[in-house]
Write a protein that binds this ligand. Sequence first.
Ligand code: 5GP
Ligand code: MN
Length: 339
Amino acid sequence: MENTHFRVISGLISQPLRILITTHSNPDGDAIGASLALAAYLKKKNHTVQVMIPDPYPDFLAWMDGHEDILIFNTMKSDCIQAINHAEMIIAADYNNLGRLNDAAPLVRQSKAVKVLIDHHLNPSDEFDHLISISKISSTSELVYNFIEEMGDLHLLDKSIAECIYAGIITDTGSLSYSCNYVKTYLIMAELFRLGIDGEHLHRLIYDTYSEKRLRLLGYSISDQLIVLPGFHTAYITLSKEDLQRFDHQIGDTEGVVNYALSIKGINLAALFMERDGIVKVSFRSKGKFAVNTLASQYFNGGGHRNAAGANCTTTLDETIRKFLEILPLFQSTLNSVY
Ligand code: 5GP
Ligand code: MN
């Protein structure tokens, strides 16, 4: 495997350590799945392990083993500061620069703990001592499986670890529909089933838990708020603060909304602009060669993967959309043919 420090890390974790696993703000199924799978595995190796995230995780992930013990920086500051200060090793799972820890970032940067990155985003920052950074992989959860395999510890996998890995792979690949053109992903899936997971049940826990308001917000987003620009092969959805309030928006409720804009035939770029307290959260999705991580980082100070990226903008909703519309002509030729 490219770009790996497996052997060094194997040496590092041969003695019991206090390990803090961190993942990114606005965590998704892969962030939580990979972190909890890794935590459960490292606990079996006799380490003392905690998981910390900057802000809460969505309810549809609140079934994974260990989720109740996750430390949330925004609401449990003193516990989190203690965990950061006590850690001998800090693992960054499913993100590639410490800025994505928001207010926890400066404390983690200052910590003297060994910093290890386990992630699948392109272009990791240089803030880590050891990197397992592989972008050609479906998810960080798949990478955690590979990590356990490289450590020679597949015998330590169990059903609840397998459930976390399944959730991460499924949510980062749109239920095995993108970022998974590799044999290994399916071989790992087979292993997870061999470990006893009930894939149908888990899929329902993740995807069939909409509140009525969430479903109506999705309907409203598509029927009233979707703008299609066929000339640019682009479609986008805008949700203002009032829109979100009207549908009693909860964390995770807009997960997947942007994919509907991308599902239109001939649309190669989709965006969702969401007005939050003081910021505009943008999600970008694309098909084929069109790299939304480049667009997100060059123009919106964000990042992500080639076909799924995001940004948090301090501009107003109108300004953010205006900027998006202004830059579209720069991408005209790439948007015309993405395959
Ligand atoms: P989503 O649109 O689902 O929030 O995020 C899609 C992808 O973009 C994820 O891989 C996520 O980690 C990344 N991403 C989302 N927001 C940001 C951001 O503000 N900065 C960076 N660097 N990446 C982001
Ligand atoms: Mn991921």
